[in-house]
Design a protein around this ligand. Structure first.
Ligand code: PGA
Ligand code: ZN
Length: 425
C-alpha cells in the first residue's frame, strides 16, 4: 500500500543537549506520512558498544556527523526506497547486512539507529497509533519507575564524586504522575539541604540535571542527604536509593585496581564497600558496580547482595554478552540503550531475552540526549518497569512529560510498576 511504502529517507546533522552534533532522520512514505527520530550519544561509554561514526578533523572539534548523514542519504535511503515501513525487522536486517561489520562501523551505528527509529515512528504514524502501542501492541500498559539522578559525579559532572549517578526511585507511589511529583519534591528539598551545607554552587547541575555539590567526595554523603530530603518530606519507605557506579571508569587495567575517594583499592575491597553500603542504606539497585569485563565479580555481587545488579557497560545492549551473563548468573538486570546496539529490532530481542530469564530491564537515556521522546514510548512499549533519564533539563523532562501523556491516555488501564520495577507483572 502506498501509505506504508517508503518514498524517501533523509538525514541531517542537528545538536544533542550538550551542543554536540548528532544525526536526525526522516522517513517519508508515498502518501507523505513522516516520522522523525534523533539519536542520543554517550560520554561514559563502554568498549563493547556499536560504533558511533564521527567526522574527525577541525569542524565541531571532530564531532561532526556529516559522514553518517551521507551514509544514510547515499547508502541506506536508496536501499530502503519502496519498502514497507511496517517491516521493521526486514529493514533492520537489511541495514545490518549492508553494513556487514560486527559493530556497524562501516555505515555507523548512529546512522543505522537513526533510520531504524525513524522507520518505527513513521510506521506508527501511518497506522495512526501511538509509538508505544506500535511497539507493544495491546499489552503495553506499564508505566515505569523513574530512576532520578539527583546528584551527579564521575564523567558526567565537574564534582569529586566517583560514582556517576546517585539516584532515588519513588517505588512507593501509586502512579507515574505521583512518582514524578514526589521525585521532584525530593529534588527541591535536596537542593535546599545542599545549599545550606555546601553553599550555593551546589545548585549547579550536571549533564542530566542533577546537583553537583562542590567538595563532596563520599558517595555515602550523597546517599545520606538524599535520605534526609526523603525523610523530611515524610516519604520514608516510599523511596529506594540506587547508584550508577560506572566502575569501568574508576578501574585501572594496568594495576587491576579501582580508585575511590582518591585511594587505590582492590576489587575485593570495592565489593566489601558495596556490602556495607547495601546494609547501611535502602539501596535496591546498583548499576555497573564493577568494570565491564568482570563477569565473575558481577556474579559474586548478584549472589551476595539482594538487590538489582544492572549491567550497562558490562552488556552494552549486546545479545551475546547478555547470554554470557545469563549463563554465568552475572547481574540480574540490563540497561537498555538502543544506540549501544544500533537497531530497534536488536534492542527488542535483548529486552525479550532479559525478561525471559528473569532479568530486569531499565530503559536508559544517554548523557547526550535529544528532545525526541521515543525513549518514553519504548519504555511503555516493552513494559520495562523502569526508566532512567536524568532529572531536570528539557531533554530529560521531555521524556517524563511524554510518559505523563501516555499515562493519561491509558487512563485506568495504566499500571505503575512501583515496587515491582524489576518484574512488573
Ligand atoms: P552515557 O552515561 O550516556 O554517557 O553512557 C550514562 C550511563 O553510564 O548510564
Ligand atoms: Zn551506566
Amino acid at each position: 500500500m502506498e501509505r506504508f511504502k517508503i518514498r524517501e529517507v533523509k538525514a541531517r546533522e542537528v545538536l544533542d543537549c550538550r551542543g554536540e552534533p548528532t544525526i536526525e532522520v526522516e522517513v517519508i512514505t508515498e502518501t507523505g506520512i513522516v516520522g522523525r527520530a534523533s539519536v542520543p550519544s554517550g560520554r561514559s561509554r563502554g568498549m563493547h558498544e556499536a560504533f558511533e561514526l564521527r567526522d574527525g578533523g577541525k569542524r565541531y572539534h571532530g564531532k561532526g556527523v556529516l559522514k553518517a548523514v551521507r551514509n544514510v542519504n547515499e547508502i541506506l535511503a536508496p536501499a530502503l526506497k519502496g519498502m514497507d515501513v511496517t517491516k521493521q525487522r526486514e529493514i533492520d536486517e537489511l541495514m545490518i547486512e549492508l553494513d556487514g561489520t560486527e559493530d556497524k562501523s562501516k555505515i555507523g551505528a548512529n546512522a543505522i539507529v537513526g533510520v531504524s527509529l525513524a522507520v518505527a515512528k513513521t510506521a506508527a504514524n501511518a497506522l495512526e497509533i501511538p509509538l508505544y502501542r506500535y511497539i507493544g501492541g495491546v499489552n503495553a500498559y506499564i508505566l515505569p519507575v523513574p530512576v532520578l539522578n539527583l546528584i551527579e559525579g564521575g564523567k558526567l559532572a565537574a564534582t569529586d564524586l566517583d560514582f556517576q549517578e546517585h539516584q532515588v526511585m519513588p517505588i512507593g507511589a501509586k502512579s507515574f504522575s505521583e512518582a514524578i511529583r514526589m521525585g521532584l519534591e525530593v529534588y527541591y528539598e535536596l537542593g535546599r539541604i545542599l545549599m545550606e551545607k555546601h553553599g550555593k554552587y551546589s545548585l549547579n547541575v550536571g549533564v542530566e540535571g542533577g546537583y553537583t555539590p562542590p567538595g563532596m567526595k563520599d558517595p555515602r554523603e550523597a546517599l545520606e542527604l538524599e535520605l534526609k530530603a526523603i525523610e523530611e518530606l515524610g516519604y520514608t519507605n516510599k523511596f529506594a536509593l540506587s547508584l550508577d557506579c560506572a566502575a569501568t571508569h574508576l578501574y585501572n587495567r594496568n594495576t587491576g585496581k579501582y580508585t575511590l575517594m582518591g585511594k587505590e583499592i582492590t576489587r575485593e575491597e570495592l565489593i566489601d564497600f558495596y556490602e556495607d553500603l547495601v546494609s547501611a542504606y535502602p539501596i535496591q539497585s546498583l548499576e555497573d558496580p564493577l568494570e565491564e569485563e568482570d563477569f565473575e565479580g558481577f556474579r559474586e555481587l548478584t549472589k551476595t547482595l539482594n538487590v538489582q545488579i544492572i549491567g550497562d557497560d558490562l552488556f552494552a545492549t549486546n545479545i551475546k554478552r547478555l547470554r554470557k551473563g545469563i549463563e554465568m548468573k552475572a547481574a540480574n538486570a540490563i540497561l537498555l540503550k538502543v544506540n549501544q546496539v544500533g537497531t530497534l529490532s536488536e534492542a527488542l530481542d535483548v529486552a525479550e531475552l532479559a525478561f525471559r530469564n528473569g532479568y530486569g530491564v531499565q530503559v536508559s537515556e544517554r548523557s547526550g540526549q535529544t528532545e525526541d521522546t521515543w525513549l518514553a514510548d519504548l519504555t511503555v512499549g516493552i513494559n520495562a518497569g523502569q526508566i532512567k533519564t536524568g532529572v531536570t533539563r528539557s531533554e530529560r523532562t521531555a521524556q517524563y512529560n511524554q510518559l505523563l501523556r501516555i499515562e493519561e491516555e491509558l487512563g485506568k488501564r495504566a499500571k505503575y510498576a512501583g515496587k515491582n520495577f524489576k518484574q512488573p507483572f
